[in-house]
Design a protein around this ligand. Structure first.
Ligand code: FMN
Length: 190
């Protein structure tokens, strides 16, 4: 099932995870990987809203997208993402190519010690409840990969690397790049 969306054993798929809080929806970039054709694993910092919402509601939607702006917006301008509602009432990204809605099976937590210090991480096992394909596949751009890398650095509090920015400038359209720069400026202010 999940293989249809590009999940393979040993491969991390970067998604936009949408969840529902007490009242309001949330979107954030997050990786996920395949466990079996109908189960997946996410490793989430317990301080994220995504983790809290998932623990509270027991559900997450993994939105598949190749648009790198979705990753930047989900980090620094969540309100700019257009969300719809799945048949079960969960939020999903309207512009996604596809999404998988998953139900929480179980979670175990551990302490991660890395260059950012010490944090708690929840290893979450999930079962696929529904898969929807919304749009045709889109080609892979190095520019898109570069912007996803910039988003990862941003989420770790590090400034964008000049070499990665150069790849983005060379491989994205001028319009996309203007949008990337606007979102990076926004990130600097937050
Ligand atoms: C491409 C990408 C992948 C990410 N994957 C994860 C992940 O797997 N687990 C995690 O805890 N944070 C991950 N992050 C960082 C979170 O997106 C970030 O902490 C975010 O602010 C959490 O938002 P939230 O509090 O609204 O859930 C990732 C960031 C990016 C840009």
């Amino acid at each position: 099932m999940l293989e249809r969306l590009g999940f393979r054993r040993g491969r991390v798929v970067e998604c936009i995870a949408t969840t529902l809080g007490e009242h309001e929806p949330n979107a954030a970039p997050a990786g996920a990987y395949l466990l079996t054709p109908s189960t997946a694993v996410m490793k989430l910092h317990t301080r994220t809203r995504t983790f809290a919402n998932l623990m509270q509601r027991g559900r997450v939607v993994l939105n598949i997208t190749t648009d790198p702006l979705h990753f930047l917006r989900a980090l620094v301008a969540k309100e700019e993402l257009e969300l719809g509602t799945t048949p079960s009432g969960m939020p999903y990204l309207r512009d996604a190519l596809a999404y998988a809605e998953l139900e929480l099976l179980d979670v175990r937590t551990y302490t991660l010690r890395d260059e950012l210090g010490e944090s708690r991480v929840g290893v979450v096992r999930l079962r696929v409840e529904d898969i929807r394909v919304l749009a045709p596949p889109q080609g892979l751009s190095r520019g898109a990969c570069a912007v996803v890398e910039l988003a990862v650095e941003l989420s770790r509090g590090r400034p964008p690397e000049e070499r990665v920015l150069r790849v983005a400038r060379r491989c994205l359209s001028a319009r996309e790049m203007r949008e990337v720069e606007r979102l990076l400026r926004l990130a600097r202010r937050t």
